[in-house]
Design a protein around this ligand. Sequence first.
Ligand SMILES: Cc1cc2nc3c(=O)[nH]c(=O)nc-3n(C[C@H](O)[C@H](O)[C@H](O)COP(=O)(O)OP(=O)(O)OC[C@H]3O[C@@H](n4cnc5c(N)ncnc54)[C@H](O)[C@@H]3O)c2cc1C
Length: 529
Amino acid sequence: MRPHGRDALASLYFEYPIFDAPQHLPATQHAPVVIIGAGPIGMISALTLAKYGVHSILLDNKATFNDGSRAICISRSSYQILDALGVVSDFCDHALPWDTGYSYYRGKKILEFQMPDSANEKFRPMYNLQQQYIEQFLYQCVEKNLFIEMRWRSELMQINKDTDTVHLDIKDPLRSYTIACDWVVAADGARSTTRRLCGHRLNGENYEGRYVIADVQMDHDFPTIRRALFDPKSRLGGTVLIHKQPHNIWRIDYQLGPEENAQDAIAETSVRQSVAAVFADIGYAGTWDLEWWSIYSANTLLLDDYRDGRIFFAGDSAHIVPIFGVRGLNNGIADGFNIGWKLAYFLTGKADKDILDSYTPERRGATLDVFANATKSTRFMTPPTQGWQVMRDAALSLALTDTRFGKLANPRQMTPYTYAQSPLTHKDDATFTAGPKSGAVFLDAPYADGYLCDALSGSYSLIYFGQTPPDDQDWCNVLKADPHSTLGDLYDAQNGTAYLIRPDLHIAGRWKHFDKTSFDASLAKAALR
Ligand SMILES: Cc1cc2nc3c(=O)[nH]c(=O)nc-3n(C[C@H](O)[C@H](O)[C@H](O)COP(=O)(O)OP(=O)(O)OC[C@H]3O[C@@H](n4cnc5c(N)ncnc54)[C@H](O)[C@@H]3O)c2cc1C
């Protein structure tokens, strides 16, 4: 919602472009892949396919980017994906990096936490950037990519499936037509039309706690540090989260009490009063302007299967996760990258169809892991019962005098999921005592004149520590590394150690002493040709 007198797209700082539907379309339409929804996840899927030379048609029923205040935190692992897709530079230029969070209880600081970071890494643990910019920067790359055909104002109306083809009925302001395609990525968001037309439902839980999120513009002189206020004067018994975003925009999330009526709480006067009370808490007395606000409650909902034949669900169409811990967008970005490279490997003849079977176990597994972590955060942020409330308040009171309890007051951040059980992952070599495990996301480190992530090419990469690596193979890029280097230390390497890294930067397998037979078995597992 926007303040009285400002229309839906009248932002204080972002100019929404308005896109037209396509003027001309071919009479017969067939595409290898159609992506429904040009939100962040649809665009990531399209850019990933394009990286491997696979054409897609990208449809969105809107005429512009998502409006209002949505995802604002992008994790390091998402930056690594953006970098691998060659689209990260605008993000680096505009976003605010951060690694620190403060938690307060009744006005007293009880926790100062730092996310792990080091100069070995190309990217910082977290960046704040409004979702409009995330979509704009992705779209600037989509728009000029010859492998992607973007169609705005184009709405999916109906789906007909046969064994080899999916037929999509599309409506735009000028016409209705059908596209036949081999594969579909459904990235059409939380209210997914594709999901409904296929007769699937999200299953899981809804949480009681309700939050108002309000974006305000103000010249507040405080660094990019995430603040969590427990039981502050402005929200007795409740929680407030404060994040800085570019353009002096601040996101204030405040919890509603059980007695508060949602309709009253989102009236403009009430939002202004609540925000002003938070500012009194943090000692800000300057001017400010209200940009946008909304209300939400936490959900942990997901599909039983992220695949229905030739249709793959990615992002919010497949799962809704609580926003504490910045997982909605980041989890979805990993979905889009995951299905993108696997479909591309299959469609370009680099892998058998079996590779597609790994999508659901890997990405659904990641969502369940997010749920496990987010549920802990959500219970702490918005205790679901009186019992949880009493326990939470007891922990916070103890934190005033004992820092060990303060650690509980940290809304956990996103960490990438380890595909340990994936059909594509080689069993971990138990002789390692450190380093990224089989299935984990790679660890960045200085390599050659830059970082390891710069040398990973988008195909499988074998990092061999030692002087005599196996010969280059056409499916795999072989990198030689020094076991006595920072990279060698981080990867617990000795002479002859090898790590196989997948195109999506997860470790496919690792060998303390490289073994060709076991290595070949790992490739067969990955269904590679
Ligand atoms: C208020 C709010 C706050 C949030 N805060 C955070 C946060 O702090 N951190 C975080 O990580 N995440 C947050 N999220 C979640 C994050 O915004 C989503 O996870 C993210 O947008 C998911 O991207 P997506 O591409 O899957 O879906 P969407 O961004 O919803 O995109 C789906 C697209 O599909 C299009 N579409 C829908 N139906 C059709 C159709 N029939 N035909 C054609 N196109 C269609 C829509 O127009 C839309 O553009 C927040 C979400 C909300 C609503």
